[in-house]
Design a binder for this molecule. Structure first.
Ligand SMILES: Nc1ncnc2c1ncn2[C@@H]1O[C@H](COP(=O)(O)OP(=O)(O)OP(=O)(O)O)[C@@H](O)[C@H]1O
Ligand SMILES: [Mg+2]
Length: 233
């Protein structure tokens, strides 16, 4: 397991052309904590996540993972060099690959030998309750099952940081709640630092230690969640 990593954003700004989407964001995310980014549509949640992933480059500011600078104005370390896992709303599975091949992909990229790869794939599929579906193609799975595959793929290389962009919003309400609790349990077992984008307050409360409210490209407030008391200021 990778050592727990904190995430720090110092004065991070981002614009699409003349449209400023993120305006001097400062954020400190503790190692091993789960932070939900909450806010209305268009407030910049996905943009912030893409900056954390290395899919976009900040116009201003710095992003640090532990003592490693991963982005600064005009420069970004690419995603594959960041030790991250990602889960998106649309699952983003490769349709021509089996469940096992999808999950194995990050290990292939790291040249993990086949035997070790197969063992780790089965361990990851067991963790998400999908061992019996290893040879199936994604099209033969339900939405919830597909998202479990995406989750297994995100965790298999034991990344220091996991990034989620509305992973449950394509699922019905009951499934969303049960899978959200499962993911919270899994993330706490793994101890991975996680940033979870959602516009669903309930998901944020089920899952996160802290909730960061974004509004119009700035951090409006940060709340701590305690399991018994709910969200407190
Ligand atoms: N590729 C793009 N080109 C231009 N503007 C963009 C692009 N992507 C996003 N935007 C704009 O940037 C702003 C922030 O978008 P972003 O996707 O980060 O919002 P969001 O908070 O994730 O919203 P949602 O909850 O709807 O997913 C929006 O005003 C959006 O229209
Ligand atoms: Mg979004």
């Amino acid at each position: 397991m990778t050592a727990f990593t904190n995430i720090r954003l110092n004065g991070v700004s981002f614009a699409f052309g003349t449209h400023t989407v993120l305006n001097h964001i400062d954020l400190d995310i503790q190692p091993g904590s789960i932070v939900a980014l909450l806010g209305p549509s268009g407030c910049g949640k996905s943009t912030l996540l893409r900056l954390l992933a290395g899919l976009s480059t900040p116009a201003e500011g710095e992003i640090w993972f532990g003592d490693r600078l991963v982005a600064k104005a005009g420069w970004a370390l690419p995603p594959e060099a960041r030790d991250i896992g990602m889960v998106f709303q649309d699952y983003a599975l490769w349709p021509h690959m089996s469940v096992a091949q999808n999950v194995a992909f990050p290990l292939r990229m790291r040249n993990v030998p086949r035997k070790a790869r197969e063992e780790r794939v089965m361990a990851a599929l067991n963790r998400v309750g999908l061992a019996e579906f290893a040879e199936r193609k994604p099209a033969g799975l339900s939405g919830g099952q597909q998202q479990r595959v995406a989750l297994a793929r995100a965790i298999i290389a034991e990344p220091a940081i996991l990034l989620f962009d509305e992973p449950l919003s394509n699922l019905d309400s009951a499934l969303r709640e049960s899978l959200c609790h499962e993911m919270a349990h899994l993330l706490r077992q793994l101890g991975t630092t996680a940033v979870y984008v959602t516009h669903d307050r309930r998901e944020a409360h089920w899952l996160a230690d802290r909730i960061v409210h974004l509004a119009s490209g700035t951090v409006e407030s940060v709340h701590t969640v305690t399991p018994s008391a709910g969200e407190i200021a």
